[in-house]
Design a protein. Structure first.
Length: 141
């Protein structure tokens, strides 16, 4: 794995880490064990992970406490980010571009982070700055 100081963390990737029943759980755990980069996500992704983990409040709390300990950096959306999200929503209407994904694209552009840990193939289609691909740092085996 190439070293990146900052890596975006997508909801599905985070869910796979916390859900032992996810088919990618072991692979994602191995990724976390070797990752020395700072993982960055958004409040929208956090809300999505909480919803995906809704059947297990203990695991939800484990996730929340990891955020509180700084395991992930939660980058807030700024008012101007919503204009860009609206633009991306129109561009990727046929995927459909979900709000969590679009929030990560906006953060990637604002903070200039190309690397992403994701299980979502839509990130093979999404483009940063309208033309640059993401660099997926985790691919399921």
């Amino acid at each position: 794995m190439t070293y990146h100081p900052l890596i975006l963390a997508d909801s599905g990737f985070l869910f796979a880490y916390y859900s032992a029943r996810d088919k990618h759980h072991q692979q994602v755990r191995r990724f976390f064990e070797s990752c020395t980069s700072k993982l960055v996500t958004t409040p929208i992704c956090i809300a999505e992970v909480m919803w995906l983990l809704s059947s297990d409040w203990r695991t939800q709390n484990e996730f929340l406490l990891d955020i509180a300990k700084g395991l992930y950096e939660c980058e807030q959306l700024l008012p101007q980010d919503f204009s860009r999200i609206a633009e991306l929503n129109a561009t990727y209407f046929d995927l459909p571009g979900d709000f969590a994904d679009l929030s990560l694209i906006v953060i990637s552009e604002r903070l200039d982070i190309a690397a992403i840990a994701t299980l979502d193939s839509d990130f093979d289609v999404y483009r940063r700055y309208r033309k640059k691909p993401f660099e997926r740092v985790f691919l399921p085996e």
